[in-house]
Design a protein around this ligand. Sequence first.
Ligand code: HEC
Ligand code: HEC
Length: 441
Amino acid sequence: MKQSRVRRFRAGLVFIVLAGLAVAATCAPRLGAAGEPSAVTVLPWGPTPSAAFAYARATAIAAVGRALFNDPMLSASGRVACSTCHDPAHGFSAPNAMPVQIGGPELNRPGTRAVPGLTYAQFSPAFTEHFFESEDDGDESADQGPTGGLAWDGRVDRARDQARLPLLDPAEMANTDPAAVVAAVSRSASAGAIRSLYGGDVFLDPGRAFAAITEALEFYQQTPAEFSAFDSKYDAFLRGVAVLTEQERRGLALFDDPEKGNCARCHRSAATADGRPPLFTDFGYVALGAPRNRAIPANVERGYFDLGLCGPLRNDLADQKTYCGMFKTPSLRNVALKGSLFHNGVFHSLRDVVAFYAERDTNPAKWYPVGADGTVSKFDDLPAEFVANVNVEPPFGGHVGDQPALSGEDVDDIVAFLQTLTDGYMSGRKAATGSAASSQK
Ligand code: HEC
Ligand code: HEC
């Protein structure tokens, strides 16, 4: 029972083939009747022609998904595509350092959360309130608490269900209903490909057409080449084909050291027991007590709090007061390409984030508002009743004035290490900012 709750990570390519097989099983007869499979080539490693067909079909669907992802016609304004907020050059996070992005029919509605990067998001297991560790690291009986799902609060599991949210969110792509999306896509350059993949009459049934659109977006986001290349300098290092600099090596040691950074406790840095590369997240939920971001328009209202797992964007766990303030631990792969960090985008540089971890408790006046009388409003983005939910294990802890767990030099070393997590190192793909180029020796 407990074991069955453990969701295994999916290897992207294998999943595409399997997903393709499932789709082919339901659609092949219909397409066969239309004479479709004639275009199928049998791949050298393909066990059967039907597997090759499924693969070719999944690849074609992913290509449609790619076009849809980049198409602003999918929004009410005609000016916002998925890629407007999720820029491939920034690990599919925002192309700018604004804490939240602007959307809506008139392009004047700000969001309330920072845009997560989408690389490696496909590996998130489905959300569960009680996660039991797999055999990878030990104690199977320990309940790790809420784990998995998509978005900062895990309120959807599958990319196809997630796609509904931005398409219909009044502050994002702002379509009034799925039929509006379908109508726009039926007039787009992708319409022909969708008809040939899902049937010539697909647009006559908005429910079926919307499912096709969101499935295509999901297949695209599972494309290993763009979303999970595993070709950062750190991956090259793990495979023994690159050497970390002295500073990067020191940063890695501090990142892993339970008494120092202790980062790997949540942001896993070691390959799993069966040899899969690390994802730099355990998909768990933690309250870190990030400072309130006054640059988010919603925060002008003093009584408004984004409490993550317990609301307001997710509402099924609103009564679980011990979850208030918890957000999903993001993967740190490609984090150096992000302009805004943490769920509320309150930080804009890796150095600030790592220094916050080091000094939140030893120098809170540096991070939180200080009143005229010198009192620090620590944890100012949480109502007082939820402050007890905040994590106080290393690198946090200590008292005001204590020596922080990480020195200034340690912080620089960890930042140097984080910059080895940007994809494109091995393929030589050019990254938008920072790391990939500068970390090559
Ligand atoms: C206006 C900006 C904006 C647009 C447009 C947008 N997104 Fe997002 N996306 C966000 C924000 C903000 C979040 C975080 C939402 C949350 O936590 O509630 C997010 C979260 C996600 C996630 C979850 C990632 C994770 O790691 O958990 C996925 C997947 C995603 N978006 C895909 C898409 C797709 C597909 C489209 C187009 C159909 C799209 N987004 C359009 C801003 C945007
Ligand atoms: C107890 C679990 C935990 C530990 C330990 C931890 N983190 Fe995190 N990390 C999180 C969570 C949860 C978030 C998201 C918090 C939020 O948005 O409110 C996060 C966010 C981040 C981000 C921002 C990523 C983004 O996409 O916005 C960076 C960078 C980061 N952590 C680096 C580190 C480093 C470096 C260390 C060690 C010094 C560390 N973390 C230790 C759980 C942890």
